[in-house]
Design a protein around this ligand. Structure first.
Ligand SMILES: Nc1ncnc2c1ncn2[C@@H]1O[C@H](COP(=O)(O)OP(=O)(O)OP(=O)(O)O)[C@@H](O)[C@H]1O
Length: 224
């Protein structure tokens, strides 16, 4: 199992009168077997926290610990390998490849990461839960916002990472789909002992989370 922790993390952008403290002294752990929600208004630091957690940007101070080791101590190659193997992202930009169909997005994952992806029967279940089977032959520009979001969730799950980091995965979804996605994120964490961390302003997800943190002006506090 992979462990991922933040110790005393701060992030400051800019300098002088443009200085913004996006995160202050954050302590956080992505716990296996649990669905954790970090909820906060626009500009509170949610994306910054999630991208630092996933190693997509570096903090100004503090430590990111992956498997109890400061990520700064890994070689870039080893760190890349650990991330590819263990961390799945659902980002706000969805990062789908524009010239590949939905099915080909999944095939690409198999090319980049050949082993330990979800079995085809488990992935079939995910495709049905997210109701994206009829979209497999479409291109990203043929999908609605909500459809894109569901495909991005499936793609993050397909490589079977032990940690899933999701940035606003339900923003474009109607309430019935939010229920399905909430249940699914909860079930993945529990049934497969994964750490699922979602940052959002969507209060509709609160009921499905094991833990809820609030992020306000870069300060994190646990609510549940
Ligand atoms: N690259 C950057 N350069 C300068 N300031 C930044 C940068 N990224 C984020 N910020 C600032 O840091 C603060 C937190 O931004 P962040 O995107 O993490 O918030 P958020 O809670 O995810 O917002 P939203 O819900 O609108 O996506 C904001 O004040 C933002 O303007």
């Amino acid at each position: 199992m992979t462990s991922l922790k933040l110790e005393n993390i701060s992030k400051v952008f800019g300098a002088g009168s443009n200085r913004v403290t996006a995160l202050s002294d954050i302590e956080f752990e992505a716990k296996n077997g649990e669905f954790t929600l970090i909820i906060g208004p626009s500009g509170s630091g949610k994306s910054t926290l999630l991208t630092i957690l996933g190693g997509l940007q570096t903090p100004t101070s503090g430590k990111v610990l992956l498997n109890d080791q400061n990520v700064e101590n890994y070689t870039p190659k080893k760190l890349e390998y650990l991330r590819l193997k263990n961390i799945g992202f659902v980002l706000q930009s969805y990062n789908l490849v524009p010239y590949l169909t939905v099915q080909q997005q999944f095939d690409l994952v198999t090319k980049v990461k050949a082993t330990n992806n979800m079995s085809s029967s488990s992935f079939d279940t995910v495709i049905d839960q997210l109701d994206i089977r009829s979209l497999l032959h479409k291109y990203p520009n043929e999908l609605s916002g909500g459809q894109t979001q569901r495909v991005a969730i499936a793609r993050a799950m397909y490589p079977n990472p032990s940690i899933i980091l999701a940035d606003e995965p339900t923003a474009a979804l109607d309430s019935s789909r939010v229920i399905k996605v909430g249940e699914m994120l909860h079930d993945i964490a529990h049934a497969q002992n994964k750490a699922v961390v979602t940052v959002t302003h969507d209060q509709r997800l609160i009921d499905y989370a094991d833990h809820v943190y609030e992020l306000v002006d870069g300060i994190l506090s646990q609510q549940k």
